[in-house]
Design a protein around this ligand. Structure first.
Ligand SMILES: NC(=O)C1=CN([C@@H]2O[C@H](COP(=O)(O)OP(=O)(O)OC[C@H]3O[C@@H](n4cnc5c(N)ncnc54)[C@H](OP(=O)(O)O)[C@@H]3O)[C@@H](O)[C@H]2O)[C@@H](O)CC1
Ligand SMILES: Nc1ncnc2c1ncn2[C@@H]1O[C@H](COP(=O)(O)OP(=O)(O)O)[C@@H](O)[C@H]1O
Ligand SMILES: [K+]
Length: 490
């Protein structure tokens, strides 16, 4: 499991750890790890550290101190290191003394752009966990020049300008190729839009782990976590014991949604898939193993979980259409996933009153409609949006998009962030596959939060395997799910 902690928690842990260490020892650990990563990057780039041109962008806080001490270490190995101070007069004193003592120099006020243009590596030490509100105006052209210089840009702890706790980017932020973070991941390193600014993230151990609480702020499953959660049939299993998932999807207008949702459901570990809706012929033509039904879901036979919503179309308003199917499913006593059109027909009180778990899987637009806000607000503040939805509906919520998040209705339970996926998934119908897959995992007995996060993981991994840097169609995401499953269980 990869975990991230809030700034407040990190600061408390650091305080505890610092109290046991000699003055400045923690910053030296951070700087040593940072310098080692930079030296590795320079060796990859130039074959040597000696003679490399390194520029340090340094703000007023300890983040700048890390950059300066790391710069001093690189200077001692023969790199030519120049500081561009962004808060002159408030630069970390010990760090600056160390750098100058190692042969580094301070750029003249008039030449930061010349040194940046010639740099091999730029270290961003403008702000770390103490930064708020985007880069300040004087830092903006410097950060842009660093990005435009052709140098490798390495962010210290966090790319300056991003919000560490939420992943929000409220103004301009530096774009790094690599971020070297200390002690633990911070939420902003795992959640877009900030994550996109971080590049490849490297974690440096500074001995913080024993001082962090056991429950993180955010967590990301890894292969071994997913492998542990996946359902595995045993000698005792039969198709019913493995779980039956009911899929209520598709309409005369969107028959493909039925096929794609069933395609996902068949690969999710349930023993059988019941399809309920008008798309039975299309489903059977493609997947003859599906049990198809028309009429209300509650009359279709027993299931262990329902997935309702993909391609249902608009409500008819006469109580006979999709709204009746959604209400019927929500009245059941088994876990229910609601997606897509089903979300538009959702009543918060009904969801809150359910005894079995409910899983909602909106994309940003659907989440915005449920919350009554504009879509960009959800996209820029994903963590807040997913938590708010889970609280309002008393449901588990999987918020789809460039960063998929899963929130539990209990706010004390860490939000999960999905580490797999590819922007090629932004293609019509891929969400339908995810609905079926998540529903199938619910039917197989996984708790809603696990079903959602395991489904997102496999879905994203399958898409990566299928896309391999070329456009992807949703059918291929479903078809590659068994390969993703094998990849996870190794
Ligand atoms: N604690 C530890 O044990 C360890 C900490 N470590 C390191 O310390 C870092 C945290 O250091 P920190 O607390 O000094 O904060 P930091 O991010 O450098 O910035 C502080 C100042 O920047 C300013 N500022 C704010 N917003 C701004 C903006 N948008 N644009 C420009 N300036 C802005 C604001 O000052 P102001 O100008 O408002 O007076 C604020 O006070 C942490 O990320 C890690 O790298 C490691 O060494 C490991 C051990
Ligand atoms: N920019 C992106 N990067 C990665 N994944 C994305 C991106 N945009 C969308 N996705 C993923 O693609 C899928 C799209 O689902 P959805 O929006 O429901 O589409 P549809 O309704 O067409 O099926 C989701 O799994 C979502 O997380
Ligand atoms: K930084």
């Amino acid at each position: 499991m990869r975990t991230a902690y809030s700034v407040e928690t990190v600061r408390n842990a650091e305080r505890e750890l610092m109290a046991r260490l000699p003055e400045g020892a923690l910053m030296q650990r951070a700087a040593a790890g940072l310098a080692a990563v930079c030296a590795g990057l320079l060796r990859d780039l130039l074959g040597r550290v000696y003679g490399a041109r390194v520029v340090l962008l340094v703000g007023s806080g300890d983040n700048g101190g890390d950059a300066l001490y790391a710069g001093a270490r690189l200077a001692r190995r023969g790199a030519s290191v120049t500081v561009v101070p962004l808060a002159p007069g408030r630069t970390h004193e010990g760090g600056l003394t160390a750098l100058l003592g190692a042969g580094g120099r301070v750029a003249g006020a008039d030449d930061p752009y010349a040194v940046l243009a010639a740099a091999d590596l730029v270290l961003d030490g403008i702000t770390g966990i103490g930064g708020h509100g985007g880069l300040r105006p004087d830092a903006v052209p410097v950060a842009r020049a660093a990005r435009g210089s052709g140098a490798v840009v390495v962010a210290v702890d966090l790319p300056s300008g991003v919000e560490a706790d939420s992943g929000e980017v409220t103004g301009e932020a530096l774009r790094a190729d690599v971020t070297v973070t200390f002690g633990t991941y911070k939420p902003g390193l795992l959640i877009d839009p900030a994550r996109e600014h971080a590049g490849a993230v490297r974690l440096v151990d500074i001995g913080l782990a024993p001082h962090l609480p056991s429950v993180p702020g955010l967590e990301a499953l890894q292969h071994e976590d997913v492998a542990r959660l996946l359902p595995v049939p045993t000698g005792e299993s039969d198709k019913y014991r493995r779980g039956v998932v009911g899929v209520v999807a598709g309409s005369p207008r969107y028959p493909g949604a039925a096929v794609l949702a069933v395609a996902g459901a068949l690969r999710g570990g349930a023993g059988a898939v019941r399809y309920v809706g008008p798309g039975g012929d299309a489903v059977i033509a493609r997947f003859p193993e599906t049990l198809v039904h028309e009429g209300p879901p509650s009359k279709a036979g027993r299931v262990q979980a329902w997935a309702v919503g993909p391609g249902l179309g608009d409500a008819l308003g006469d109580g006979s259409g999709p709204e009746a199917a959604v209400a019927d499913v929500l009245a059941s006593d088994v876990p229910v996933l609601v997606d897509a059109d089903g979300l538009r027909l959702l009543d918060a009180e009904t969801v809150r009153g359910r005894t079995a778990p409910t899983l909602l899987t909106p994309h940003a637009g659907e989440a915005a409609a449920l919350l009554g806000v504009a879509r960009p607000e959800v996209e820029s503040g994903r963590l807040t949006a997913v938590r708010e939805l889970a609280a309002r509906y008393g449901a588990t919520v999987l918020l789809k998009g460039s960063t998929t998040l899963v929130a539990d209705p209990d706010p004390a339970v860490p939000v999960r962030v999905n580490p797999t996926g590819t922007p090629w998934l932004a293609t019509a119908g891929s969400g339908d596959v995810l609905s079926g897959l998540s529903g199938s995992l619910l039917a197989a007995g996984l708790p809603a939060r696990d079903a959602a996060s395991v489904a997102a993981y496999l879905h994203g991994l399958s898409a990566r395997l299928a896309a391999r840097n070329a456009p992807l169609v949703s059918d291929e995401v479903a078809e590659n799910l068994p390969e993703a499953w094998r990849n996870v269980v190794g």
